[in-house]
Design a protein around this ligand. Structure first.
Ligand code: ATP
Ligand code: MG
Length: 331
């Protein structure tokens, strides 16, 4: 692993799925790689979601995404944290890739199918989303991309795009690999049905008020077969137990699983134990966020600094690409 890129959309509040699936790994990688760990708030991607995109709210959401990531442990002094639109070379490379990518490769993407099915009018940008994502990654010649399982198909497409470009124009890009958090590749939403997603609205936010988090846990579904307090339950069919595996130490997991099977512990008590463990993780993140909020200029300065560094790398790759694709007097 030499250089890493990953991104997060400012489409809503960052949630524990983002944290467990992606951000936690980013933090560890940042410790190893320093400035070659690049993390990007992908605001141009957020424009593809007509329900979430609001030009009046985008600046604040972008700032909030940066703040939440820093609060979660990304240290912008060590790594490179920046906003996608501050490096316009991403969109330039993306256009070149769209000219080399068959439409059929894009229409078969499951995220495109899921997200477009909910829309009356589908923006072409939603179809092109994975091409811009490929540009985000390849413009830095990143070899590793820490993501949740939902992004594996897009990563495969990124590798195909790199392969095709290399074949046509000469060796230029590495074929980057996905890096999953094996403990939390796909965190389920609080509805117990879909993947936890900002756009679905089934999240527990990283910076959510504790009372609000408790209310969501209190009313969350458990093993549907466990109707009464005295019924034995199956932890493997319970959303709350799944969350315990993310937040509780092994001995607590064993205790609640055993208690569930024998009806020795009720669902409300099990949820209370989870809430306490969850707040042990989220509490310090929320405190750091409150502190950062008192110094917004520090977050702004970090993003500016990150953009400068990212842009220097991106410009180098773009020059190489412009030459290779045969543009007139490439700059
Ligand atoms: P949206 O609904 O707008 O697509 P999202 O919640 O899916 O938002 P993204 O910004 O698309 O979040 O993804 C940011 C990162 O978080 C990606 O690496 C993605 O794979 C990861 N991720 C998102 N949701 C989950 C989840 N439920 N479990 C694990 N990882 C996740
Ligand atoms: Mg997503």
């Amino acid at each position: 692993m030499k250089r890493v890129l990953s991104g997060i959309q400012p489409t809503g509040a960052i949630h524990i799925g983002n944290y467990l699936g992606a951000i936690k790994q980013w933090v560890e990688i940042g410790e190893q790689l320093g400035k070659d760990a690049l993390f990007c708030i992908v605001d141009y991607h957020a424009l593809t979601n007509p329900d979430a995109y609001d030009p009046k709210r985008l600046p604040q959401r972008t700032f909030e995404a940066a703040l939440a990531n820093i609060a979660a442990g990304l240290d912008p002094e060590k790594i490179t944290l920046f906003v996608q639109s501050h490096v316009p070379e991403h969109t330039e490379l993306s256009w070149i890739f769209t000219t080399q990518t068959p439409v059929g490769d894009l229409t078969r993407m499951t995220q495109y199918k899921d997200k477009s099915a909910k829309l009356k009018s589908v923006p072409a940008g939603l179809l092109m989303y994975p091409v811009l994502q490929a540009a985000d990654i390849l413009i830095y010649k990143a070899d590793t991309v820490p993501v949740g399982e939902d992004q594996l198909q897009h990563l495969e497409l990124t590798r195909e795009i790199a392969r095709r470009f290399n074949h046509t124009f000469g060796d230029t890009f590495p074929e980057p690999k996905a890096l999953l958090n094996p403990k939390a590749p796909r965190v389920p939403g609080i509805d117990g049905a879909a993947k936890m997603s900002k756009s679905v609205g089934n999240t527990i936010e990283l910076l959510e008020e504790p009372a609000s988090i408790w209310e969501k846990l209190r009313t969350a579904p458990t093993d549907p077969a466990r109707v009464r307090r005295n019924d034995p339950g199956d932890p493997d069919r319970c959303l709350i137990f799944k969350y315990h595996t993310y937040f509780s130490p092994p001995e607590v997991q064993e205790a609640v699983a055993g208690g569930c099977r024998t009806a020795g512990i009720g669902c409300v008590d099990c949820k209370k134990m989870l809430f306490d463990r969850m707040m042990e993780v989220l509490g310090p993140i929320q405190e750091r966020a409150a502190e950062l909020r008192r110094h917004p200029e520090a977050v702004e300065a970090a993003l500016e600094d990150g953009a400068g560094r990212a842009r220097a790398l991106a410009q180098e790759t773009m020059h190489e690409v412009r030459v290779k694709i045969g543009l007139y007097k490439p700059y």
